[in-house]
Design a protein around this ligand. Sequence first.
Ligand SMILES: Cc1cc2nc3c(=O)[nH]c(=O)nc-3n(C[C@H](O)[C@H](O)[C@H](O)COP(=O)(O)OP(=O)(O)OC[C@H]3O[C@@H](n4cnc5c(N)ncnc54)[C@H](O)[C@@H]3O)c2cc1C
Length: 386
Amino acid sequence: MKVVVIGAGLGGLSLARRLIRAGIEVGVRERDSAMESRFQGYRVGIGGHAMPAVRGCLPDRLLPLLAAIGGDVTGMGRMVDTRLRLLGEVPPQDEGTMFDRHVLRHLLLAGLADRVRFGKQFEEYRELPDGRVRVRYTDGTEETADVVVGADGMGSAVRRRLVPSIRIRTMDRVGAIGRTPLTERFAALVPGWSTMVNAPDRQLFLGTMKFRRPPAEAAADLAPDVALPDTGSYLRWVMLIPAEFATAAAGSEQDPVAALAVLRDLAGDWHPDLRAVFEEADPHNSGIAPLRIGDPVHPWPTRPITLLGDAAHPTPPGGLGANLAFLDSELLCRALTSVRDGTSELLPALAGYERRICAAAAKAFGHAEQVYESFDEMRRDAARRD
Ligand SMILES: Cc1cc2nc3c(=O)[nH]c(=O)nc-3n(C[C@H](O)[C@H](O)[C@H](O)COP(=O)(O)OP(=O)(O)OC[C@H]3O[C@@H](n4cnc5c(N)ncnc54)[C@H](O)[C@@H]3O)c2cc1C
């Protein structure tokens, strides 16, 4: 059996690792020309329920390194106004262990270089009379696989072809997302789980990514054959701003320097420590982007093409998308292994997988909705105080 995975994100790479270990032939095709080719580094929280799925796709020898590059957050959250006056305490959400997505992706890529081809953008597939699938890329090349997995994220081209009925909605706010190197001044802004800065028309969420050990140093010590990025601990910030800023922001999506200028403007009369967050931000890892969410998904007619992660269930930032991507890869590997072992036929095995991930995604949609409703409540609260 040959599996082609479209997309070398968290889900695609974790699936590939599992399939290789199961002895199943797999190739990963990634649109970007390299891991570093665009803003990729933000913090993702992996809950206790999903950590076994993360560990399970790595060999035992890399588990100490995985533990070393995690980060912990403890304590209460707090809500402040734009002058940093305390408005109240907020009970923490259990987000689990924090990881930097870019660093984690490098760890998942370790030892996979010959299976992953960068600069390969999926264009379309067609099913062949013998049941296999022919995949075409935008560079005109083609290949044939027994199973194609769309792990190509929120804007998945595989999903658009396979389940065109799933719509992606743009939310009524845009999100400015970025990071600022963690100094004492910025660490003091987030003494606990999270600090939320509440203004009537914009909310800023601050959190820390404090690596237990610097990733590059930890890799050199614990697994010298693995190269991890030289990323230091940082303050992660997300600012939700109304859609009318989208016009200014739209041009900034590919231009972080312009995006940071928009943010400095938006925080113009805020406390100096908050303004400094944007003044000292890392422009290579900051930007403004529309917030998108997909319709809740229901099982679709099963074909030898399937979906995984955000491609299957498009969740917005603040949702549980990374958790789901790891859990999906575990389930899909199990389904494909049963086909390889002859205990299941391909389509029933994929249908079972698709039913399970749709059920899990329904819960995650509920979670994302609650998170975004709580943001709306914050906005209303700030407007009342104003
Ligand atoms: C700011 C922010 C914070 C977040 N925080 C959390 C969190 O705390 N917890 C959590 O669980 N989730 C979080 N998420 C969501 C999480 O990052 C995603 O759900 C997760 O990365 C999805 O993994 P994936 O493998 O499905 O897709 P992705 O990681 O998006 O990977 C998709 C890959 O496919 C490639 N690709 C796209 N199109 C093509 C094509 N046509 N051909 C070939 N390749 C293609 C892309 O370049 C990309 O590399 C957050 C997201 C953001 C933006």
